[in-house]
Design a protein around this ligand. Structure first.
Ligand code: SF4
Ligand code: SF4
Length: 429
């Protein structure tokens, strides 16, 4: 395809967008792995269709607003990148395009209110907890809530775990093998604080000191993936300043945040922070990768447990991390690891997708819950808070809830001699 996109006029992301568009040969190999194409069965909601729409919009042949309907339905799961034999970097197109389109995006009052509510609460654990409590207390008023805001009410969980206050330093036990900084995350601290606690215990037990810088805030991934690039840039620059340089890795236990931080060089392209972003991103690693690199003590055997592992898209497709979490789980004696049908397909939780595209998210979530149940597992595992919440909710709706936990929580339970399935002490009823 001849390059007609005026890359030089499109700002710092112009060349990356032009290259992604130019590399696509329209073969269609990506279509079967695209969740929205599978769901809606129409070309404009496939990766190939979206690439064409974005190309035409960038070339000025199509009003941006006409491309946005289909671009907005994209989960950003990047299954298309995994499937693409031509190496199209779809991730280098979709977020920059959304940022580019932001100024022309038509918004209703409700859209603006929804966006405001999300960014005023989600990145701040204290406010997010309050919002969850308020949502729960007023759930009976759901019928009075404007329709576009109802998906937000529906996402409020029935219960919230008690908060866990994190210290800024956790020394390693025994011989020190390394030192890392932990990204504490935003929503995860409220929805499942045990993930950070388990991460710290497992790292310390394996000789790794953990720093949790108090100044860290949101990584900015949420903003970047919906086109709010200025907000995302501010968050990225603040995050790089908050994290220490003299650590072996910046550890994440939430795939969405990890993948967002790996995108800092793209986000900060053309700014004075680009080089620093490149060095920073090279240090960002998922907890499973860090544990594999340092090596872990084999935990004691647990009761035979069938564990189904779900590949979070932002871990598998965006970061190429597939084997490390599986090996981590398989290292627990007594665990039988099983695969989930259509494992490359997104569960429907992608940042604010549940709120922005609730009908598609719901169908994808139901399919994933059905696939998990088919495995007849005792428990499922996933390395991303969004997937955990989505799959738990959908499994609960089937009437036969299967627990779903982060792999590091299962490893922590195994070290403590507790049941992998419910975390109870042996003999506890
Ligand atoms: S598989 Fe790659 S080259 Fe083929 S249509 Fe999809 S994005 Fe384009
Ligand atoms: S990122 Fe996911 S939803 Fe978007 S086009 Fe690619 S496969 Fe489809």
């Amino acid at each position: 395809m001849r390059q007609e996109i005026p890359a030089e006029k499109l700002g710092p992301w112009g060349p990356a967008m032009a290259e992604a568009v130019q590399t696509c040969v329209h073969c269609g190999f990506c279509l079967p792995t695209c969740p929205t194409y599978r769901d809606l069965q129409q070309e404009p909601d496939s990766p190939r269709g979206r690439i064409l729409l974005m190309k035409e919009a960038l070339e000025g042949k199509l009003p941006i607003v006409e491309a946005l309907t289909h671009v907005d339905r994209c989960l950003g799961c990047l299954a298309c990148e995994t499937a693409c034999p031509s190496g199209v970097k779809y991730g280098h197109l979709i977020s920059p395009f959304r940022a580019h389109a932001e100024a022309e995006r038509p918004r209703t009052l409700m859209d603006r209110l929804k966006r405001r509510l999300v960014f005023a609460t989600l990145p701040y654990p204290g406010r997010f907890r309050l919002a969850m409590r308020f949502g729960r207390a007023t759930r009976f008023l759901r019928g009075l809530v404007p329709r576009p805001l109802r998906p937000m009410v529906d996402m409020v969980p029935d219960t919230l775990p008690p908060p866990i206050r994190l210290a800024t330093r956790y020394p390693a036990s025994g011989a020190v093998k390394g030192r890392v900084a932990l990204l504490a995350g935003c929503a995860q601290q409220v929805l499942d604080p045990e993930i950070n606690a388990a991460t710290i215990r497992v790292l310390n037990r394996n000789g790794i000191e953990v720093l949790v810088p108090a100044e860290q805030g949101c990584c900015g991934a949420l903003a970047w993936h919906v086109g709010e690039s200025e907000r995302a840039k501010r968050a990225a620059i603040a995050m790089m300043s908050a994290m220490p340089d003299d650590v072996d890795a910046i550890v994440t236990n939430a795939a969405g945040c990890g993948s967002g931080m790996h995108e800092y060089p793209l986000l900060l392209e053309g700014t004075e922070h680009h080089e620093r972003a490149r060095r920073f991103a090279a240090k960002v690693k998922d907890i499973s990768v860090v544990l594999q690199q340092f090596g872990i003590e084999t935990p004691p055997a647990v009761r035979p447990t069938r564990v189904a592992y779900h590949d979070a898209c932002h871990l598998a497709h965006a970061q190429g991390v597939r084997s490390a979490p599986r090996r981590l789980l398989a290292s627990i004696p007594g665990v039988e690891l099983v695969e989930i049908r259509d494992g490359e397909i997104c569960c429907g939780s992608a940042g604010t997708y549940n709120i922005d595209q609730p009908a598609i998210a719901e169908r994808l979530g139901r399919d994933k819950a059905a696939a998990v149940r088919e495995t007849e597992c005792d428990i499922a595992a996933a390395g991303n808070i969004g997937c955990l919440v989505q799959i738990r909710r959908q499994l609960a709706a089937t009437g036969r809830a299967v627990p779903v936990e982060h792999p590091v929580v299962l490893l922590d339970r195994a070290y403590a001699g507790r049941s992998l399935i419910d975390g109870r002490e042996p003999g506890a009823s």
